[in-house]
Design a protein around this ligand. Structure first.
Ligand code: ZN
Length: 437
């Protein structure tokens, strides 16, 4: 009809989502030769060698046309020129310039299709993304629940499984994981089963593997003193009880004070029931309240606070700041977008232009962030105060058993719900109203 074939296709997505596999699949389906190289191979090269390799690659490809050229980790050689002033980037610039020359130099109608992959499109040199170069961008995103279930099924089919294995349930526990994580997860489960001389993996192995992947390796032998253990127990129960008392929060799956990995002393595992694309304001507030629950419990029980909450505080402040600056959820500041973000060049040059505000507004933003977090801290504190006897009795159990899960956890959730019903819904309701102040 007179149109032109697109010249370059850029696969954009987080690491481990299968961009390279997708490129290989395209080559396989089309039945043409496939030339691939990785951007990272060029990083440590002598001056001039990188440019020569790019030249050779295109020369070979033109001889073998029709064919596909695939450049993995394009960002390693396609970083915007002039970003790194520390020197030593001459070589990369030469390679990049050669690539641009080759991109413009060949006639797409001879049948050479260029594909590349990157997980950092925002640092790419804008010249690479101009029309006639990598002008098609395809998003290869993290899989949703159905996608994870399908991916899991592929890996589960390759190993011996017990009858209780349920790919849909595993998919529900692994929100945010990419294909590579899921492959790793199944393999971890196999290793756990083999270590116990079992021939098949069961659901228990998968659950243990999820915990390993999510929270780091279990370290039962790490010593914490009894006083620390008490603080951790109340802190974790604080998160759990606040989560159980507030509507619309992710269900608590497990409360543990067994130290894991380096960072977390204990943890409360909340498993999202579904992948979320939209969140309501009250849900964000409830999420902050749950994060503040740990510190609120420490303060309520010990009259003192510890450093254990620093990760909670940073996550809560992040959410509150986004509510004020990005989502227009502060009545004082109105529906104005204040975030200053570096936009990916591929989204166009002008979209990142917002985010100008005065010093006075900056001050109000800080005040609003503080108010939101403080309000939700008060909500968490109120909930724990109302459930104090339950908090105390459960803490004793948690200190003895180190873990609360399964039936004991359900019993706790029921008890919280029952008490919550008799208290009335005053607490959380009052908090969401106070946001309009
Ligand atoms: Zn915490």
């Amino acid at each position: 009809v007179g149109g032109k074939i697109p010249r370059g296709i850029l696969l954009v997505g987080p690491p481990g989502t299968g961009k390279t596999l997708l490129a290989k699949a395209v080559a396989g389906e089309s039945g043409v030769p496939f030339f691939s190289l990785s951007g990272s191979e060029f990083v440590e090269m002598f001056v001039g060698l990188g440019a020569a390799r790019v030249r050779d690659l295109f020369k070979q490809a033109k001889e073998k046309a029709p064919c596909i050229i695939f450049i993995d980790e394009l960002d390693a050689l396609g970083k915007a020129r002039g970003i790194n002033m520390a020197g030593g980037n001459d070589e990369r610039e030469q390679t990049l310039n050669q690539l641009l020359v080759e991109l413009d130099g060949f006639d797409p109608n001879i049948g050479v299709i260029l594909m590349a992959a990157t997980n950092r499109p925002e640092i790419l040199d804008p010249a690479l993304l101009r029309p006639g170069r990598f002008d098609r961008q395809i998003l290869v995103d993290r899989p949703d629940k159905k996608g994870r279930q399908d991916i899991l099924q592929i890996y589960l089919d390759k190993v011996e499984t017990a009858s209780d294995i349920d790919a849909e349930r595993i998919a529900g526990m692994t929100a945010g994981m990419v294909g590579a994580d899921l492959a790793n997860l199944v393999n971890e489960a196999v290793l756990l089963a083999v270590r116990q001389d079992r021939q098949r993996i069961g659901m228990a192995d998968i659950e243990e593997a999820v915990e390993r992947v999510v929270a780091g390796l279990e370290k039962k032998n790490r010593v914490i003193n009894p006083e620390e253990k008490r603080i951790v127990a109340y802190h974790e129960l604080g998160h759990a009880i606040v989560a159980m008392a507030l509507p619309g929060t992710d269900p608590v799956q497990k409360i543990s004070i067994i130290p894991r990995g380096i960072a977390a002393l204990g943890y409360t595992m909340q498993v999202p029931t579904e992948d979320r694309f939209l969140m309501r304001k009250t849900e964000l507030e409830n999420r902050i309240a749950v994060l503040m629950g740990g510190r609120a419990a420490e303060s309520l029980v010990f009259g003192d606070v510890s450093t254990g909450a620093h990760n909670d505080l940073s996550r809560a402040a992040d959410i509150a700041r986004s509510m004020v600056k990005k989502f227009g959820m502060s009545a004082r500041l109105g529906q104005v977008y204040f975030a200053r973000e570096r936009q990916a060049p591929m989204l166009g040059p002008l979209q990142g232009a917002g985010g100008e505000y005065s010093d006075e507004t900056a001050k109000i933003i800080d005040e609003e962030v503080r108010r939101i977090v403080d309000d939700q801290y008060a909500v968490a504190f109120g909930i724990l105060e109302a459930h104090r006897p339950l908090l105390e009795s459960t803490a004793a159990t948690l200190l003895a058993d180190e873990v609360i899960q399964g039936e004991a956890l359900n019993a706790l959730a029921d008890a919280v719900a029952k008490e919550q019903a008799s208290i009335g819904r005053g607490e959380s309701q009052g908090a969401s109203n106070s946001i309009a102040a």
